[in-house]
Write a protein that binds this ligand. Structure first.
Ligand SMILES: NC(=O)c1ccc[n+]([C@@H]2O[C@H](COP(=O)([O-])OP(=O)(O)OC[C@H]3O[C@@H](n4cnc5c(N)ncnc54)[C@H](O)[C@@H]3O)[C@@H](O)[C@H]2O)c1
Ligand SMILES: [Zn+2]
Length: 398
């Protein structure tokens, strides 16, 4: 470098800004949350300012309003009964249920316009009542309106009650890419009402159980044993078995988020995503005709077999896992798994690259070292994964 272009030493002065914000929110298990005599919702709304009349907007999954008594009416009656502390900013609003609400950004925009028109402020409440998709979309709306309005979630599916609803993420899809637009935003409160899940179609009740098996497999052998011992009750959706399964699964999720050291997923490890790399791909290969939980069940079976082939998991344990999943009602093969991608490779294997891309950083896949013991690996042997795929296919007679 010529002497006259030598840089002078830059005058740099770095100041470190540091603060931490403790988060806490209640997750309440209740029944009949909109029964006017049930104080849970009222108490939660009044948690910080007991003497105030709180402005509240309810966004309600339109898949829920089919009962004899309309849910929208029930919410209105609840608010009337507690009008000393609840002011409805508008009548409860029905919003599209399922993946539809996440598929187009204009749903987010139009609901935000609604909040704008209603002069919702940062101390008002936006309550979401619905499945995981409605919670994800409304959560995003609440988190980004005024940079964050108090948000209460009332999850109504098994999956949302035992998994997504008690978490800290929201999001909607962009051009088919799942959860491309979203934030980490802990809610103000979560209210799980068992009554809602009892009205779900059987298929959705089954699908939500995949997350319970998942969290048991990676964290809690005793819970896995409990699921095995209660598989008759779970397979027939017996009320107390469902309630215990949802409660324990939600607790384990909460513990992972609260004590796992990385609630906002800054690192690469995703222990809660066991079985998910292939599940996300299968969901998109089938354009969501396969439910999330159904895809996760297949993904767990595949990664259990891969764990055995890698010498991590004792042979036979993968069969034990598959047998439980099948007893609960899952199919462990789907024709879309046989699709080939660009280079004649199984299309599903592209899911590994996509998974890494979504997470950023190095590939991190959870496998099993035992029932109840998840381990992170950073490389997947494609040939071994192909063998695992063949095993799954042959096993299903596919
Ligand atoms: N934020 C997270 O951490 C996280 C985690 C996992 C999954 N998710 C997301 O959750 C979504 C899936 O959620 P889901 O499995 O709860 O399903 P869903 O929200 O897609 O709902 C499925 C269907 O059930 C209907 N429904 C909801 N509650 C009902 C009830 N009690 N009775 C009858 N019908 C009812 C809905 O209208 C919809 O048609 C996906 O978009 C997924 O990406 C988010
Ligand atoms: Zn999941």
């Amino acid at each position: 470098m010529a002497a006259d272009t030598k840089p002078t030493q830059a005058r740099t002065d770095t100041h470190w800004q540091r603060f931490s914000v403790p988060y806490e929110f209640p997750v309440v298990l209740t029944e009949g949350v909109f029964d006017p005599e049930n104080p849970v919702l009222r108490d939660v709304l009044c948690r910080l300012e007991p003497a105030k009349r709180h402005r509240v907007v309810f966004f309600v999954d339109d898949g829920l309003n089919s009962g004899a008594v309309s849910l929208l009416d029930a919410i209105t009656k609840y608010a009337e009964r507690h009008s000393d502390v609840i002011e409805l900013a508008c009548a409860p609003v029905a919003v599209p249920g399922g993946e539809k609400i996440k598929s187009e950004l204009h749903f987010v925009e139009s609901l935000q316009q609604r909040l704008f028109d209603l002069h919702i402020d940062r101390h008002s409440y936006v309550v979401a009542v619905g499945g995981g998709a409605v919670l994800d979309a409304v959560g995003l709306i609440a988190a980004t309106t005024h940079r964050g309005v108090r948000h209460i979630r009332i999850p109504t599916t098994v999956l949302a009650q035992n998994d997504s609803g008690v978490g800290v993420k929201n999001g909607v899809n962009l051009q088919g890419v799942k959860n491309f637009v979203g934030t980490f935003a802990p809610p103000f409160a979560v209210l799980n009402d068992l009554e809602f899940v009892m009205t779900l179609p059987d298929r959705d009740k089954i699908a939500g159980m995949a997350e319970a098996v998942k969290v048991a497999l990676i964290r809690d052998a005793q819970f896995f044993g409990w699921i095995e011992r209660h598989m008759d009750g779970l397979a027939t959706f017996e009320r107390s078995a469902m309630a215990t399964m949802i409660r324990r699964c939600a607790e384990l999720h909460m513990r992972q988020i609260g004590q796992g050291g990385d609630p906002f997923e800054a690192g690469s490890a995703r222990p809660l995503d066991y079985g998910h790399w292939s599940a996300h791909k299968l969901e998109s290969l089938t354009r969501h005709h396969v439910r999330h939980g159904e895809a996760v069940a297949i993904g767990m079976a595949l990664d259990a077999r891969y764990s055995v082939l890698s010498g991590l998991l004792a042979p036979g344990e993968e069969e034990r896992i598959c047998a439980l999943l099948e007893y609960l009602g899952f199919d462990l093969w789907h024709p879309a798994l046989a699709k080939s991608g660009a280079n004649g490779e199984w299309a599903i294997l592209e899911g590994l690259r996509e998974f890494q891309e979504h997470l950023g950083g190095e590939l991190s896949v959870t496998l099993l070292a035992d029932i109840g013991v998840g381990v992170e690996v950073h490389e997947i042997d494609r040939e071994r994964m192909r063998q695992a795929m063949h095993w799954l296919k042959d096993r299903a007679g596919g």
